[in-house]
Design a protein around this ligand. Structure first.
Ligand SMILES: CCCCC/C=C/C(=O)SCCNC(=O)CCNC(=O)[C@H](O)C(C)(C)COP(=O)(O)OP(=O)(O)OC[C@H]1O[C@@H](n2cnc3c(N)ncnc32)[C@H](O)[C@@H]1OP(=O)(O)O
Ligand SMILES: NC(=O)C1=CN([C@@H]2O[C@H](COP(=O)(O)OP(=O)(O)OC[C@H]3O[C@@H](n4cnc5c(N)ncnc54)[C@H](OP(=O)(O)O)[C@@H]3O)[C@@H](O)[C@H]2O)C=CC1
Length: 267
């Protein structure tokens, strides 16, 4: 097979990266594109997509962008059809779009819970189902990669996203088995705390706690996550499916995402 990171690695591939307009998604779209893939990115904000498109085009990457909210199945169907028209059927799907907000379990409202579960779990499934049925299963070829989070010990402080990401981890396993017959591999990446446009929205003092609580004593970078995504979407990983890969400087083994109150301070 030669060097897995050779320039022609993804020649002939079309890669969809959801949330590819910023942060980790943009780093993944850039790396797949620089290795030969045609790249389709989506998000809710047109301006963000336009800026990202200019960056990608400048690097010689063929890009398709469209505004799409992954929570809305009709928008997802339109986007997926648009990708086939613009770039050809997708062979790679990276479900990266997502997000949440810090809250205690007692305080989260029904609408807040639903917003996060719809975004991270429902949206990921709608996109996966559409791309697999329209593009990958008919072609008997596909790689799906779900970006989740470090939920190995739950997610105290963000119960909604912990539950949603655990759901995605579980559907990763289910679909890996159901779609093995179609030569579609399904894996997940669980990043620890990564310095990105996403975490820039969190208070710096919280990120400093996360850094100290990470055995590597630093935050990760979007490019480091992109390297792993490149491997998992390449032919080098053709016998890997149904797995979650942690990339977190050891954080799932030791430390907390942020200061977690003593469950019972009286004891
Ligand atoms: C040390 C940190 C470690 C963290 C590791 C993880 C890091 C990351 O994941 S970084 C990536 C983060 N990026 C984002 O989170 C950005 C994307 N996030 C969002 O778009 C939103 O947070 C959303 C998906 C959760 C909400 O989207 P939307 O449906 O547009 O939300 P609405 O404005 O309609 O609100 C619905 C509902 O949710 C409540 N809510 C939304 N944001 C917050 C907030 N920041 N704090 C509290 N509550 C929030 C909102 O109030 C609504 O509920 P009701 O008030 O009951 O109507
Ligand atoms: N950075 C970190 O430390 C960690 C990040 N993650 C996860 O990795 C992924 C990327 O995060 P990161 O790059 O840091 O953060 P960003 O906030 O920069 O990326 C999130 C991207 O998802 C898009 N997005 C969010 N909701 C939707 C939606 N409903 N439909 C379409 N697009 C949507 C956003 O675009 P727009 O707003 O225009 O819709 C944005 O481009 C997220 O799922 C995040 O939760 C997980 C663990 C740690």
């Amino acid at each position: 097979m030669g060097n897995i990171f050779r320039a022609s690695l993804f020649d002939g591939h079309t890669a969809i990266v959801t949330g590819g307009g910023s942060g980790i998604g943009l780093a993944i779209a850039t790396q797949l594109g620089e290795l030969g893939a045609r790249v389709a990115i989506l998000g809710r904000k047109a301006e963000r997509l336009e800026t990202a498109k200019a960056t990608l085009v400048q690097r010689g990457i063929q890009v398709h962008t469209a505004v799409c909210d992954i929570r809305e199945p009709e928008q997802v169907a339109t986007f997926v059809d648009g990708v086939a028209h613009a770039l050809g059927p997708a062979t790679i799907l990276v479900n990266n779009a997502g997000g949440q907000f810090p809250t205690t379990a007692e305080q989260v409202t029904a609408r807040g819970w639903e917003a996060v579960v719809r975004n991270n779990l429902n949206g990921t499934f709608f996109m996966t189902q559409a791309v697999a049925t329209k593009h990958m299963i008919p072609a008997r070829r596909g790689r799906i990669l779900n970006i989740i989070a470090n939920v190995r010990r739950g997610f105290p402080g963000m119960v909604h996203t912990g539950a949603a990401r655990a759901g995605v981890e579980n559907l990763t396993k289910t679909l890996a088995v159901e779609w093995a017959q179609y030569n579609v591999q399904v894996n997940a990446i669980a990043p620890g705390v990564i310095k990105s446009s996403g975490t820039d929205q969190y208070p710096p003092e919280l990120l400093e706690v996360s850094r100290k609580q990470t055995p590597a004593k630093r935050l990760g970078t979007p490019e480091e996550v992109a390297h792993l995504a490149t491997y998992l979407t390449s032919d080098a990983a053709s016998f890997v499916t149904g797995e979650t890969w942690y990339i977190d400087g050891g954080a799932n083994l030791w430390g907390d995402n942020w200061p977690i109150p003593d469950p019972d301070p009286a004891m």
